[in-house]
Design a protein around this ligand. Sequence first.
Ligand code: GDP
Length: 620
Amino acid sequence: QASDKRKGEVEAARNAASAENLRSPICCILGHVDTGKTKLLDKIRQTNVQEGEAGGITQQIGATYFPVEALRKKTAVVNADGAFEFKVPGLLVIDTPGHESFTNLRSRGSSLCNIAILVVDIMHGLEPQTLESMRLLRDRKTPFIVALNKIDRLYNWKPIANNGFRDSLNMQQKSVQAEFRDRLEKTKVAFAEQGFNAELFYENKSMAKYVSLVPTSAHTGEGIPDMLKLLVTLTQERMTRQLMYLTEVECTVLEVKVIEGLGTTIDVVLSNGILHEGDTIVLCGTDGAITTQVRALLTPAEMKELRVKSVYVHNKTVKAALGVKITANGLDNAIAGSRLLVAKNKDDEDEIEELEEDVMGDLENLMSKISKTGRGVTVQASTLGSLEALLEFLKQSKIPVSSISIGPVHKRDVITASTMLEKAKEYAVMLCFDVKVDRDAVELADKMGVKIFTAEIIYHLFDDFTKHMKALQEQKKEESKMLAVFPCVLRPVAVFNKTDPIVIGVDVIEGNLRMGTPVAAVKMNPVTNVKDIISLGRVVSIQRDHKDLPICKKGSPSVAIKIESPNQPTYGRQLEEKDTLYSHISRASIDCLKEFYRDEVDKEEWGLIAKHLKGLFDIP
Ligand code: GDP
């Protein structure tokens, strides 16, 4: 017993030590539009009126901080016996829901978002942006839980405000419970189709293997206590290592904003370390690295302080994890999604140079994903994070990229893209994600024949591009019609008109004869012993019993064909009725069949080309 007690003490000491060193996890909310992301955020921020206090919930720049006290209160209904232990000091929830903030919370290709909530409307199931969010989460290996939101819309749902979900469900009529189960099962199937195994959170036996589904209502608050508890559980159990507090600064630019009176400012998330007023910081800019001094570290003033002039509070120092606005000179060209580095010694030029190289390396890394062949589409995105996500997606979709850029599309970007018009016309395309396009740029693109596709969902760009490629292919196929020659062998059975035009009766003895096919006879010149190819021209009509046919297949009854050409040979002179006629193929016609008509040529016909016609016309 004494040893048990001792063990307990050691364990407690260890927990205390690691708890002290754990920083707050950072959480993002993603999902399709209108699933209730904003409403859910509002609901979890909302202070409990009866308890009369916020429990220290603080509004930050671009984020809300929930200290452990607030989490304890908000999860009390599902932790009645208090058995659940909180190890993290709090939770930092990013306020701007959606891809933008998630993709920009990045550092060297990995995500600073420790955990995500993927919101799904239980009435709608998985929607396009849900799938895109799942793809992003998978690419960045970010653990997530799913809020199956809007449960209050289940028919006849009787709400109990802010209740734990399980308890609320038990209070519902059988029919409501049945509808819930039905929708839950459908959701699980839909997740499985995307390669994720999902389980209702209290039936989930392995958080490592299964994604947890938490039913919620942003209107009634039901399920939100479960959701918060689950977030904390998942971070504590699965990622204490990432949450170890480090003194080294880890910081990312979420947004670049012009604020009246402050100029261009950057909103950053500090996920580790400490920032001070006056620090020398280094970050990515569109025209190279930016090195500047922090003028102010701003957080929003609380409601009661709002009567004072400024809406912001100045901080001498700030400690991770939090969202803060930085004002400084020279931030005009700052790029969202950039890492922010801090110089130890602002006068050490070597150090600054190293930091500048380091930070710009992120952009160069993306440059290295550009196609080595110099052929590919042009890609433009609003931030480093979204550019990175887009490039990753294009790589998976096997669409080559020849140049990348960040920020709005200007004329000069169109000119860059237009270099593809000569190199590879199909890639004279700009895929623009979440960026503005200048009117001048649109006009120029139209004039030059550069296609600009813009979208706010990454894979819509893929769809646009795929459609574009298909249309080009159709156009080429149309243009190639005269080039395509389908293989056939004809045996003449009668000569109706000897020349100009030639009209003869034939049997198709191999392949299929189609309108437009050029035909030729191949004869040995008995005097010179050289092979003579006598071209007759193209077949302009195929008739049987005075009816026009588009095609005559091997073995069908004889047809009368008319062949036209400007200078035609004549039956009785160069040609004899017994001469077999062949479709006149060439290297180019074979290539054309392979490219556009692969499906329309069967095995036997390919055989006819390979074994017979190629040799006849001396095609290598
Ligand atoms: P977002 O686009 O994902 O941020 O979605 P919003 O939070 O703006 O919500 C979209 C709409 O759905 C709004 O009309 C909300 O009132 C409604 N909504 C959000 N959550 C719920 C919910 O839990 N129940 C019901 N009935 N409506 C909801």
